[in-house]
Design a binder for this molecule. Sequence first.
Ligand SMILES: [Zn+2]
Length: 678
Amino acid sequence: MRKEIALTLDSCSESEEADAKTAGPGPRRPKRIRPREAVWARQWRSFFPARGRTATRSEPQSPRKRTTHAVIGARIPGLKPGESGGATDVTVHRRGDSPARTRATYIGAAALTLGLASILAPRLDAGAAPASPNPHVHPELAAHQARIAEPTLVRVSEHVYAAIGFDLGNLVFIVGDEGVVVYDTGTSLEVGRDALAALREHTDKPIVAVIYSHGHLDHVGGVRAFVPPGREAAIPIYANRRWPHYRTEQAIQKTPLRGLYQMGGALPTGDAGVVGNGGGPVFRMGSSGFLPPTILVDDELEFEAVGVKIRLFHAPGDVDDGLAAWLPEEGVLLAGDAYYPMFPALSTPRFDRHRDAWRNLETLDRFRKLGAEHVVPGHLWVISGREQVAQHLTAFRDAIQFMHDQTIRLLARGYGQTETANQIRASFPAHLAADPDLAEYYQRLEWVVKGIYAKTGGWYGGDAVELVQIGPRERARRLATLAGGSGKLRLAAESAYAVGDRAWAAELARSLVLADPEDARSRELLADILRSIGFDAKSANLRNYMLTEALVVDGSLDLDRLPRRKTAPDLLRSVDDSVLFRGLGVRLDPEQSRDVEFTAGFTFHDTGAQHGLVVRHGVIEYLPERPAEADLRVVLERETWLAIAGGNLSWLDALHSEAAEASSKEALARFEGFFDDR
Ligand SMILES: [Zn+2]
């Protein structure tokens, strides 16, 4: 009996999510997808401790040379509703069995275990731990990623070219007689250069202007590829007027931790790890090549550039600084991230609070009135054909409208976040649920609903018991006691895992780990469950979160060794000094600064600016002037301060390298000790 249970587990990789009840896809022709090299992943991997299991990172990936295919003249039409997006040529990989045999095994064994689980479970002893899940990719996710795997330059209309698959987000070139206008620039200098090289095969016209669709790094980080040093004054950079506010906020709040999870930065590429991002290929981090915008557009700005009429207008989408571009003579709408052929990403587990359903709806309804012939979204492929465009935009806005309205309706009726999300999943209109261009390859419906819920109603779910909850560790200990000991709790977790009830299995296994973090068997069990959910996930984000957390749980990835904050100086250069000084507060260690009253003064010898900072019993206060009396005075260049503020240089290293002068080395060391060192 024990053996059959284990067999079931090994092949029980069919359902998309932990709570999926149906058997998975049928036999398909195997084809390994080829994710591009993950520069970012390699960078992060250098922070890994040597200890721990490495099985999930054992598949060597030969570095693939980036190739650029210029498909000029080809258009990528939007998928018609009902089409699957070519899912048939990719399959899940399993060790050993052929897909057909595995499926047959699954169905037989699943029937057995589902029927007999309650009888069998108590008889499983501690030696019946489920087998580790085999690395594989959900076939629909694999097909989706394959569609955007190759960098391709697409000619959308007479003057518009879209660079798709070069990066997480798209770059667009408006090519006229006198030059080229660039709409979005990719994450890094390398991405911008690659896309420009593809364009240069078709035109040598100079870059005359740049437009930022919004402030997310994957749209602005590569601008230096288009505006070389010395050309800043000649090439204007347009953005919405809310842009500086957004960048400022990011400068303080940004932490790479959740981005690491979401982008799969700690994972290998391939079946055992990251296969892409849902919204684009594997995230490719490179050199920062950022410049701030030079022209801020209020609500609307119409002008002619390179002989093409361009109307820029405020288009809030997943962030509130969205700036769309409408080219009436081309019938082309550059939508930024207010629209893309995928499920609306209105809420994210990664830190980012600008996700306003209502504003996004207004933007989409404005888009619909344009009667565009083509939409180039910020992510994924171009939608062409007036009817197709209208259909896509309507479906996208209806999905948002439904989630927004029903969330508030249910919230008002006293439902908590999770219940609200589950209810909306169950009642989501069938035609939208079946629409391949609303597929949840990136964010999931439940996450979006929870985001809308939290934005509307705050954290409180409406159950008064929530107000007096005990902590998760204590709860886990008591749950183990209630189950009759941790052995019984483990048995329950394994049994739930065995019958494919993986969300519950994960909850129970998490309780085991919380109750006894040193118990290696519990950690292995939880890691296996998380991997099993991740490998079967259709959402790239769900996959990446699960597989990354599995590495954390089994000890392969030590989050304490990761830098919690690292921002390139060029991203901070346009941020006000006062914001960066105030931002130091989010790194203040309350223990180290508890018994402290300390005043520091800072002088930037190049700009002449004077700043003061008071550390007072666990709290900081910024002073916009030179303090009359100070325990420490530091003189440095603003650029050195940006390196320190971004977490790229320590105060003492700045002193040692003579990039900073301090009134006392001891006082500087003391000051630095008040703050987290990463
Ligand atoms: Zn984006």
